[in-house]
Ligand binder design. Structure first.
Ligand code: LLP
Length: 421
């Protein structure tokens, strides 16, 4: 459930008419609902209320400082994958001891930044990373908590570009080698082994892969304990999918996911960490866009929008579907037209969706891409020198611009022409 609903024929975010935002801020623009974010976070809290737990929101899904502040104030921890994301989490007021650092290619500088600033744990993804982290920490007079990310070789049954738990993926250490790696970690002076980490992929719509992966983590935890390691924490990753279409069966709910966690690892007495991103923020956001032209092609009509692949990359990159709805609700029974919805960027891939049924549209009409809160604004670029899309947060009847649209002058001012040219 989210807080984007029609009222008197107009699409609202909570108590704010989205047309008002489009007029005030211009389009394209991302709009997020604070109430939806809060609700989704609460569902994970409830799903894990049987355990000592920390929900480490995956910053990569939507890293706007206002979103992070809201999550942090609700008690969320953060899962970060770069020095930049670490800095964002801290700038949003999240204490270091609620931040976990994941990622296959952490640099020494990024690790030092997090050690100095405070960190809950590093999720180690390779042996060379482990050696460097230990040397760094020891040099700084610190001992840092670590979990090793294991690759359980489980098929997450999701899009190949966002599956991470198969042995051919670059992520984690093969679970079969984990005991050996933990044995080495235990000898390193700068590290303190506290947990096991796993993340098998994103947009999972089936709980079975989780069940398989977590069962393997449970076995490994027992084996590691018998080897003498004190494993007190399990980081079980993120990935729970969301419904992208209003008209098909919904993926499992956080509550059912929490049940799988309880059944597979609940008896180990570990503190549970999870790293959901999309499930919290995906359906808490929409992208508003205006029709520039309606173009009648051969056998098809194109709706040319002012949003493009640079603003919302998911359709071009993964063939992802986002429902596209008019801000003015179509009257029941009214005639619908099929449109190929495209952006203005000079690439055929700049096509959002084909054959979208909408009421008859005209230039100037407004539409919303649903489910755009996760991996939307964060993956936007300035391709075609289109200004980075702005973001707005709604709470109740108020809204605020939480990232302004840059001016073309600001964009140009970031380049320099060398004096010798
Ligand atoms: N933890 C780790 C280590 C991750 O790599 C990810 C996502 C998450 C947590 C959060 O996963 P979520 O709960 O959001 O599914 N750009 C793609 C998604 C990439 C996900 C990468 N890792 C998309 O637009 O579908």
């Amino acid at each position: 459930m989210d807080h984007f609903n029609y009222r008197d024929g107009r699409l609202f975010a909570e108590d704010v008419d989205l047309t008002r935002i489009a007029e005030a801020v211009g389009t394209p623009v991302y709009v997020y609902s604070a109430a939806t974010l809060t609700r989704h976070f609460g569902q994970f809290q409830k799903a894990l209320d049987w355990a000592d737990h920390l929900i480490c929101y995956a910053v990569k899904a939507n890293s706007n400082l206002a979103v992070l502040k809201l999550m942090g104030d609700l008690g969320a921890g953060m899962d970060v994958v770069s020095g930049g994301e670490y800095a964002r989490a801290r700038a949003a007021g999240v204490p270091g001891d609620r931040i976990v650092f994941s990622g296959v290619g952490k640099t020494a500088d990024e690790m030092a930044q997090a050690i100095a600033g405070g960190i809950r744990q590093f999720n180690i993804e390779s042996e060379p990373e482990m050696e460097i982290l230990s040397a760094l920490a020891a040099g700084m007079g610190a001992t840092v908590p670590i979990a090793v990310r294991v690759n359980p070789d489980v098929d997450a049954k999701t899009h190949e570009k966002i599956a991470t738990g198969k042995s051919e993926n670059k992520f984690g250490i093969p679970i079969a080698r984990a005991r050996e790696v933990y044995a080495r970690a235990a000898t390193l002076p700068g590290l303190s082994v506290v947990g096991v980490d796993v993340h098998i992929g994103s947009q999972l719509t089936d709980l079975d892969p989780y069940r398989q992966a977590y069962a393997k983590v449970a076995d490994l935890t027992r084996a590691l304990r018998s080897d003498g390691h004190s494993i007190t924490r399990l980081d079980l990753g993120g990935g729970l999918g969301i419904p992208y279409r209003r008209d098909n069966s919904a993926p499992p709910l956080p509550l059912e996911y929490g049940q799988v966690i309880r059944e597979t690892v609940g008896d180990l007495g570990c503190q549970i960490e999870i790293e959901p991103g999309r499930n919290i923020v995906g359906n808490a956001g929409v992208l508003l866009s205006q029709v520039i032209y309606v173009k009648h092609g051969e056998g098809r009509d194109f709706l040319i929008l002012d949003a493009a692949m640079n603003d919302l990359l998911r359709p071009a990159m993964y063939g992802a579907h986002h429902d596209i709805v008019p801000l003015r609700e179509s009257v029941p029974g009214a005639e619908v037209h099929a449109y190929d919805v495209v952006g203005p960027v000079c690439e055929t891939g700049d096509t959002f969706s084909k054959g979208v049924e909408l009421p008859e549209m005209q230039a100037g009409d407004l539409v919303a891409f649903r489910s755009a809160g996760a991996y939307g604004a964060v993956m936007a670029s300035e391709y075609n020198t289109r200004p980075l899309v702005p973001e707005v947060l709604v709470r109740g009847d108020q809204f605020a611009v939480i990232r302004a649209r840059p001016t073309i002058d600001q964009i140009l001012s970031r380049d320099t022409i060398p004096e010798w040219l």
